[in-house]
Design a protein around this ligand. Structure first.
Ligand SMILES: [Zn+2]
Length: 286
């Protein structure tokens, strides 16, 4: 009798855990248009000439439908890029990256296409504050914005070698009207809903406060979303990205994510890998 009661209590507890969101319902991988084509060595100069190739790459954004609230991880390029890139970004960035963003590629329209609206987004997580990741946070004034505290400082005052003015990868116009938003300012890893279903991991190096995400789905699938901690396959193969705040921290973060992937036997999704997105993007994970 006692044992039966205990079992019933355990089953009850598990049901409660399930219904209150120990897992994300579903996750969608999309892109804010594409970049390219351009020579991969423009991004990864360490790559030997014989591995040079033309690449067209996604600008990854993720939508996480969770019982405790709708989450967006990165907001792509600013909406203005589709209209007149050079009026918004430094011309050199437009010429090199060749963004092909259409209005329907922008995060608000992507949400609409999937049956959501931007004002229903509860949590906006930004991996970092570069122009192709934080571009549309101003579309989410009501959300809780989750970002590393150091990254907020860097967004407003990047190191000079990364460009403080328009030629760099930090665009002040992306964030200038977002100063009064609600920021959950992190100093390291964070369990977003307190149940292990959406974990934020500090993965610095690309920028001073870059962060990645791990999502657990009800099916048991675990998704590790590296974003710019690992741009593409060549970085996994050991060729470092050509844009780093700290190469040492970058290398530590790549290794951390790779080991996490191997220990958990799961897949690592990269922000700018054309082949991976072609095979696995524009779809739901459940
Ligand atoms: Zn990026």
């Amino acid at each position: 009798m006692k044992k039966a009661k205990l079992v019933a209590a355990l089953v009850g507890a598990l049901c409660v855990a399930g219904s209150t969101g120990a897992f994300a319902q579903k996750v969608y991988w999309t892109t804010s248009g594409m970049f390219g084509p351009f020579d991969i060595r423009g991004l990864i100069p360490a790559l030997p000439v014989e591995k040079s190739r033309q690449i067209t790459i996604p600008v990854s954004m993720w939508i996480i439908d969770h019982p405790k609230g709708l989450v967006v991880f990165d907001t792509g390029n600013n909406v203005a890029i589709g209209e007149n890139c050079k009026a918004y970004w430094a011309p050199g960035n437009c010429d090199f990256l060749k963004p092909s963003q259409k209005r329907e590629d922008v995060i608000d329209m992507q949400l609409q296409k999937l049956g959501y609206s931007a004002d229903k987004v509860k949590v906006l997580v930004s991996s970092h504050s570069h122009l192709d990741h934080i571009g549309n946070i101003e579309m989410f004034p009501k959300a809780i914005h989750v970002i590393q505290k150091k990254e907020l400082y860097q967004a407003w005052w990047p190191e000079k070698f990364q460009g403080r003015t328009s030629p760099g990868s930090f665009v002040m116009a992306d964030i200038d009207n977002a100063r009064e938003f609600n920021y959950l300012e992190l100093n390291g890893d964070y369990d977003l809903f307190g149940d292990g279903s959406v974990m934020i991991y500090s993965t610095p190096g690309h920028t001073i406060g870059h962060q990645s995400m791990k999502v657990k789905l009800a099916s048991g699938q675990v998704i590790i979303i590296a974003q710019d901690a690992i741009w593409m396959q060549e970085n996994l193969d050991g060729y470092p990205a050509g844009l780093n705040y700290s190469v040492k921290d970058y290398t530590d973060s790549v290794n951390r994510l790779k080991m996490m992937r191997d220990l958990e036997g799961t897949e690592l999704f990269m922000a700018h890998d054309g082949e991976q997105f072609k095979a696995k993007g524009s779809r739901w994970y459940k």
